[in-house]
Design a protein around this ligand. Sequence first.
Ligand SMILES: NC(=O)c1ccc[n+]([C@@H]2O[C@H](COP(=O)([O-])OP(=O)(O)OC[C@H]3O[C@@H](n4cnc5c(N)ncnc54)[C@H](O)[C@@H]3O)[C@@H](O)[C@H]2O)c1
Length: 388
Amino acid sequence: MACQIANVQLDHLEEIGAEWGLSFGDLDTQGVECRFHKCLDSILGGAETLPLSGARVAGCLHIPYVLQDHSNCVLIETLTALGAEVTWSSCSLTAFPGGKSLNMILDDGCDLTTLVHEKFLQYLKDIKGISEETTTGAHHLYKAFHEGRLKVPAINVNDSVTKFKFDNYYGCRESLVDGNNCATDVMLAGKVAIVAGYGDVGKGCAESLRSYGARILVTEIDPINALQAAIAGYEHFSVMPEDAIVCNINHFNVGIDVAWLKANAKQAVNVKPQVDRFTIPSGRHIILLAEGRLVNLGCATGHPSFVMSCSFANQVLAQIALWTTPGKFPLGVHMLPKELDEEVARAHLAQLNVKLTELSTEQSEYLDIPVQGQIKASHYRCTYRLHA
Ligand SMILES: NC(=O)c1ccc[n+]([C@@H]2O[C@H](COP(=O)([O-])OP(=O)(O)OC[C@H]3O[C@@H](n4cnc5c(N)ncnc54)[C@H](O)[C@@H]3O)[C@@H](O)[C@H]2O)c1
């Protein structure tokens, strides 16, 4: 059977959605832009067989508290259409037909990877690869590898440019404020917002908050990012006023010391689901969103589906690369080749009706850049504009 992902009808979407209490109908009419499966045929070059045939992928991705997550469903459906059997984080690790266990991990934050490496070591021998979605998860993978604890080859999907410059930056630029607005209905204009960390997520958050009229204070430990923040016109941090809204868009629930807040608060009032107001020892109040977990997933529906389309295209390509060409991936943490990164971008340009300019042969020879790519060097990470 030929791999014709472009024609995949997402037959099981309703089924997957129903398990999560969702009803989809026609994705097009709902403006869902997570349509990366339509691009994969061109990227994969019309593979003859189902590339993920035999793979049993255990996925462990963030799912929004408000369950309207089409993107995760499209990802599951696409992996299935490529031949994989799929189980998701809420399922048991052996939830494949015939009691078979996982042989691939698709992770977001390194949680499933850590679980298997620490508690379910019996599965490690069968696992062929790990694809990791996010910054902190990728840090954990490099650390585990350097300390000799990583037992399975991994691909760091986060550092594909079409992932972190889109999901982390543009995604958070939209979904942070969405989370705040759904949770509190507090107007951002005229407020002072503190952004801790001016990396890709922080840049997106700061830009978005400033566009609403908030004054932005940034904290940083990295001199380069601190310099970028200063040049972008952001100020340094001071003190928290009454009813400060505190939320985390970073990693799991470790961005905010919720344990301290709970232990030291004189009173805690649950205003509504995902919104708690604490009276701290000074008598002032702190409004905590999503219990310190990711605010864009706890209080809103996560990133726009368009950026998830870019992220998940990279995830699927990483799964295929690890499963079909294991010889290219010795034990360690790898990146997808830059050509594939460019292909993901190229495929998504079509969705935005953008016509890409091509180098002429003369220009291509002069610049020593192939017309069809790779356009940028493998270490290229692309830049932002540094002003609002
Ligand atoms: N919620 C989401 O949807 C979402 C999406 C993408 C990434 N993430 C997560 O967000 C976090 C940030 O991701 P990123 O891609 O921006 O990472 P990044 O490495 O680009 O940026 C993080 C920044 O925080 C700074 N930093 C670290 N410790 C600090 C401290 N104590 N005080 C002040 N600054 C500090 C670092 O110097 C760095 O500049 C990661 O945990 C990532 O996994 C969340």
